[in-house]
Design a protein around this ligand. Structure first.
Ligand SMILES: Nc1nc2c(ncn2[C@@H]2O[C@H](COP(=O)(O)OP(=O)(O)OP(=O)(O)O)[C@@H](O)[C@H]2O)c(=O)[nH]1
Ligand SMILES: [Mg+2]
Length: 244
């Protein structure tokens, strides 16, 4: 019987960087009647909470979230569940589904997949790829919902944006009084979560003196740089991991 658990022996490549990406299942349908469009701060905060749970539970080093997806980066020597693929994708989808469901009080599901990076440069490209996706989707979403709110039908709004350039879309928003570059950064660039060290005052009861201890906490960075500067930012996270 065990031999028919055919995929259970699959392990992630030893020494590879790992990114687990979870994505909300049918969230277009789920969000439609419940959240502001194109972006809803409460929805985003529940995604940030879910990203924090993944970072904490799976001992990742960086989490990035945009729209209904979260990418969790794990170090090359990460050995969670002996790097079993089935365990990693099922547990990560479980953590995300349970955390979001509890926060939202509505049952939702996430799917999960694993991406492997051979080197730091591929990891940088991965996160720049997801951030570029965030920017593209934010521009499209803002244009689409601006047209819909101005009375256009689904078909009309879709047709008006079909094959149009970034400049055209920026101009369209501008004509409706929206400056895309001034929209909140979390909508255009996504947000990043990582551990930071901080100093906390403690007390040594044996020596009867105040001491300063170092602790770790999760920082939620809502003001990420973009493009090359974001690549540089990711590079620093990778370097600090290598030296730790
Ligand atoms: N209203 C609202 N919807 C959002 C927000 N963020 C993400 N979404 C929705 O989440 C969807 C994510 O897209 P996809 O993951 O491609 O689509 P999906 O319907 O989840 O489909 P699958 O992932 O394939 O199951 C978007 O199309 C939006 O409808 C938000 O802040 N407000
Ligand atoms: Mg989805």
């Amino acid at each position: 019987m065990r031999s028919l658990e055919y995929f259970h022996n699959l392990r992630l490549l030893p020494g590879a960087w790992v990114v687990i990406r979870v994505d909300g299942r049918s969230f277009s349908k789920f969000t439609e009647p419940r959240f502001d469009k194109p972006f809803d701060l409460k929805f985003h905060q529940m995604m940030a909470l879910t990203a924090e749970a993944l970072l904490q539970e799976l001992q990742g080093i960086y989490a990035y979230t945009e729209s209904d997806e979260i990418s969790l980066l794990c170090a090359p020597n990460w050995d969670f569940c002996d790097r079993s693929l089935e365990k990693i994708v099922s547990i990560s989808a479980g953590i995300a589904s349970a955390t979001f469901t509890q926060a939202c009080q509505h049952i939702v599901h996430f799917d999960s997949r694993v991406w492997l990076g051979a080197n730091k440069s591929q990891v940088i490209d991965y996160f720049r790829w997801r951030q570029a996706d965030a920017t593209r989707c934010a521009l499209n979403g803002w244009c689409y919902w601006t047209l819909r709110k101005a009375g256009k039908s689904i078909g009309q709004a879709t047709a008006m944006l079909e094959g149009k350039s970034v400049a055209f879309k920026n101009e369209l928003l501008f004509q409706h009084g929206i400056n895309f570059n001034e929209l909140p950064s979390w909508q255009r660039r996504g947000i990043g979560l990582y551990f930071e060290e901080y100093e906390k005052e403690g007390y040594n009861p044996i020596l009867h003196q105040a001491i300063v201890v170092k602790r770790r906490r999760i920082k939620c960075d809502r003001d990420l740089p973009m493009k090359e500067a974001y690549g540089e930012f990711i590079s620093q996270i990778l370097d600090s991991e290598s030296s730790s």
